[in-house]
Design a protein. Structure first.
Length: 95
């Protein structure tokens, strides 16, 4: 990987304070999530978020750059953590 590719990856990273869209893997829904952790996430990463039905496994679709209603944080889902191999294994087992 050359330097320009490394720069592109860092530029697209989702970091604390960013909003991003997550596709819930067991349904057709997607949720807007606020990143609260001190780490970098990328498109395609698997994460656990809180939904109205409990915690769910999802896949990051990408960062949201322009969001109009940042003050209404009740509409955004809570980011719990990055998914583990065990989370992914359980999801595949329960399919």
């Amino acid at each position: 990987m050359d330097e320009s590719e490394t720069t592109a990856i860092k530029k697209d990273a989702i970091v604390k304070g960013d909003y991003f869209r997550v596709k819930i893997l067991h349904s057709n829904s997607a949720e807007i999530v606020y990143c609260t952790g001190d780490f970098e996430l990328y498109q395609g990463d698997k994460v656990i978020i809180t939904t109205r039905y409990g915690n769910a496994l999802g896949s990051i679709q990408g960062k949201i750059v322009n969001i109009e209603d940042k003050e209404n944080s009740d509409t955004f889902k809570k980011f719990v953590r990055k998914a583990t191999e065990e989370d992914i294994f359980r999801f595949k087992e329960n399919k």
